[in-house]
Design a protein around this ligand. Structure first.
Ligand code: HEC
Length: 120
């Protein structure tokens, strides 16, 4: 009985920690000349993109360093005109249009473009 209680506490704690990890805050660097309205819209797009990135891309592209989520800094070249769906076999198999709509892909690209860069 006691052992059972202990294991449920451990399970509960690990659930709490995994929840915290997935809620890690990501900051954005938006161009200063962006107007407030545009900024608000882009920020909302980025927030959506972050969720979609975690669902669709993170398993292959994110790292965990000292318990922290590290999202790669893709270059503008990698993100501009980049045909994600057919870039390689893994993308072909995982990112077709039934799995990810064009609008969703646009949000993910906005998110990856404007997320704050990692410290090096
Ligand atoms: C099943 C694994 C997998 C998934 C899921 C995946 N990728 Fe990739 N991705 C790869 C591999 C493998 C490469 C090529 C090697 C590399 O650059 O890491 C790659 C390369 C890339 C590149 C670099 C292309 C270049 O020009 O060098 C970008 C950008 C990228 N992926 C973005 C994404 C985004 C955005 C998503 C989610 C919508 C995603 N990937 C989902 C495996 C994946």
């Amino acid at each position: 009985m006691k052992q059972y209680r202990l294991s449920s506490i451990i399970l509960g704690l690990s659930l709490v920690f995994s929840q915290c990890k997935s809620k890690q805050i990501v900051y954005y660097e938006l161009p200063a000349e962006m107007s407030t309205d545009v900024r608000t819209a882009v920020q909302a797009q980025c927030e959506k993109g972050l969720v979609l990135y975690r669902l669709n891309c993170a398993k292959c592209h994110s790292d965990t360093v000292k318990g922290k989520e590290v999202i790669p800094d893709f270059s503008p070249e990698q993100l501009s005109n980049y045909e994600f769906r057919f870039a390689n076999k893994k993308h072909e198999d995982n990112l077709n249009e039934t799995q990810l709509t064009q609008d969703e892909l646009v949000c993910i690209i906005a998110f990856l473009t404007y997320k704050k860069k990692n410290k090096t």
